[in-house]
Write a protein that binds this ligand. Structure first.
Ligand code: C2E
Ligand code: CA
Ligand code: CA
Length: 524
């Protein structure tokens, strides 16, 4: 039944109820008048007449009660159609209706903002703890947003973990930023479910409706664009829609379809960056890094297209292309170890381990020479699947390394529970070594010490200077990777470099930078 029909029906029932009650009262009065007049006139009323009167009255009473209850039920159904059952907040339908009304009002008098909120990594809460906990988290999230808004503001749950708010009379972006700041602050406290503390970030997008009049659908679309941008920028981010965003979104759409074509036509290349042991300073292995040359735009930076490949679900295909090609190309290079990056969503796919073993068999690559690099976010994607895949891979002799260690979400409990072969300290820490001196140096030492105490090998990434190299060598790091030693190179360059054969002494502290460059040129 449509909303308008249901309301119409409810009104009809109420009207009939009122008529019935009125008839009942009038019948009662008439009955008692007749009874009294008859009594005064000395006329006897027969039992039959009395029973008929009473039956009519009771029947009318029953009909009135039935109609009353059905009207109440209809009113509840009507409310359900507008209220989100889980949170008790307005739902998408009522939000849209209120927004349309407010936009009409705002056309005459002023401004209004539409905000969209989305929990970061809510899916992993549902996957790890189940839907019941997920529901509690959603209720708590709704409550926290509400506590940050004022009386006239409207907050609604639109779907899943997505909430929207309508803020009338808001004139400028700075007030929206204040509201967003309050919500980030409120979400800093963990959500307590039973004995668990769940920490979640939130992404916020908003559209400020002012001079330019837009439809409700367009206002929502713009707030949603802004939310998408916020999500892409990382956890706890707030974005306000601006017209450039529409252009960015259009370009993103083009990139997505180009990327799909690139996967279908295999427009990818693989380059290899050598990984060096500390002593005696020879390349122990290489890390395979994907490259995409766009047919028009040319070389596309991997940090620009990999997140898009992840978002549109083609990263698994890209990962498979890189793994197959790298195994085939590195197989005959004298026992050189091969490290391949795997995206979290690919790693937790049910057939992932079978895919890897299939490629090893197909290319004749020894499992003991392969190392897969995953990032900590794999545990947030699906911790139990990730742990299972790690155990199975290691059981086959394939090593697993934790890449970009320290850069994102780090949990010591995963490190303790899930045995890994290596951590690769994120290159931002090495960069800090240059700028922040001793405190950054201590942090790097602690990470190296942590890896070693957990029986893991430790690699320092992004070594660009001799000072950095010296520091990590002195702290007991096992391997280094960085532009100081070698940049990523094409297969033919790698062949020519002979880096894994040549036992080259590690660069000495007293080398001048120019000499290092010359040295590397000769070596590479
Ligand atoms: P990553 O796994 O941390 O790879 C190392 C990145 O650091 C490479 O960038 C490399 O060129 C860069 N790098 C190495 N040494 C230095 C240095 O001394 N200084 C600086 N500033 N950078 C250095 P690239 O190739 O652009 O890759 C960026 C990221 O893209 C990679 O970071 C990895 O997360 C991802 N990626 C690359 N190839 C693949 C792939 O085949 N699959 C997946 N899933 N991700 C990949
Ligand atoms: Ca890596
Ligand atoms: Ca890395």
């Amino acid at each position: 039944m449509r909303d308008s029909q249901m309301l119409q029906h409810g009104r009809t029932v109420k009207l009939s109820q009122a008529v019935l009650v009125a008839s009942f009262i009038s019948l009662w009065q008439q009955g008692s008048d007749i009874y009294n007049s008859a009594r005064l006139a000395g006329v006897t009323i027969s039992h039959g007449q009395l029973i008929t009167g009473a039956c009519t009255t009771i029947t009318l009473l029953i009909v009135a009660v039935i109609l009353w209850r059905s009207a109440r039920a209809l009113r509840n159904i009507g409310q359900l159609a507008y209220v989100d059952e889980l949170t008790g907040l307005p739902n998408r339908r009522s939000f849209d209706a209120i927004l349309s009304e407010e936009l009409k009002r705002c056309a005459k008098t002023g401004t209004l903002a539409v905000m969209y909120f989305d929990l970061d990594r809510f899916k992993s809460v549902n996957d790890s703890y189940g839907h019941e906990v997920g529901d509690m988290v959603i209720r708590a999230f709704g409550g926290r947003i509400k506590s940050c808004l004022r009386g006239p503001d409207v907050i609604a749950r639109r779907s899943g973990d997505e909430f929207a708010a309508l803020i009338p009379g808001i004139g400028d972006a700075s007030r929206l930023e204040t509201i967003a700041g309050r919500i980030f602050e409120a979400m800093r406290k963990p959500i307590r479910v039973g004995s668990r503390d769940i920490y979640l970030g939130v992404s916020i997008g908003a559209h400020l409706v002012d001079k330019e009049r837009v439809s409700a659908a367009e206002a929502l679309r713009r707030a949603d664009f802004a939310l998408m941008q916020a999500k892409e920028a990382g956890r706890n981010t707030f974005r306000i829609f601006d017209p450039h965003m529409a252009e960015e979104i259009r370009q993103r759409g083009v990139l997505e379809s180009d990327l799909r074509r690139a996967v279908a036509d295999n427009q990818f290349d693989v380059v290899y960056q050598p990984l060096f042991t500390m002593t005696p300073g020879k390349a122990a292995g290489v890390e395979a890094l994907v490259r995409w040359t766009h047919p028009v735009a040319g070389e596309m930076p991997s940090d620009k297209f990999i997140p898009v490949a992840e978002a549109i679900g083609v990263i698994g295909q890209v990962g498979e292309i890189v793994l197959r090609r790298a195994c085939a190309e590195i197989r005959d290079l004298d026992g050189l170890k091969l490290a391949v990056n795997i995206s979290p969503s690919h790693f937790v796919q049910p057939e992932f381990v079978e895919m890897v073993t299939g490629i090893l068999v197909e290319t004749g690559f020894e499992p003991g020479r392969l190392e897969l690099e995953i990032t900590e976010s794999v545990f947030l994607t699906d911790a139990s699947r990730a742990a299972d895949a790690i155990a199975r891979l290691r059981g086959l002799g394939i090593a697993v390394a934790l890449d970009d260690f320290g850069a994102g979400y780090s949990s010591m409990s995963y490190l303790r529970q899930i045995p890994l072969d290596r951590i690769k300290i994120d290159r931002s820490f090495l960069a800090d070594l240059k700028n922040h001196g001793s405190s950054a140096a201590r942090l790097v030492d602690v990470m190296i010490e942590l890896g070693r105490s957990l029986d893991m090998q430790v690699t320092a990434e992004g070594v660009e200077t001799l000072e950095q190299l010296d520091h990590v060598r002195a702290s007991g790091c096992n391997e280094v990777q960085g532009f100081l030693l070698a940049r990523p190179m094409r297969l033919d360059e790698l062949h020519r470099s002979n880096l894994w054969v040549q036992h080259r002494p590690m660069i000495e502290q007293n080398n001048e930078p120019d000499q290092i460059g010359a040295d590397l040129k000769v070596a590479v």
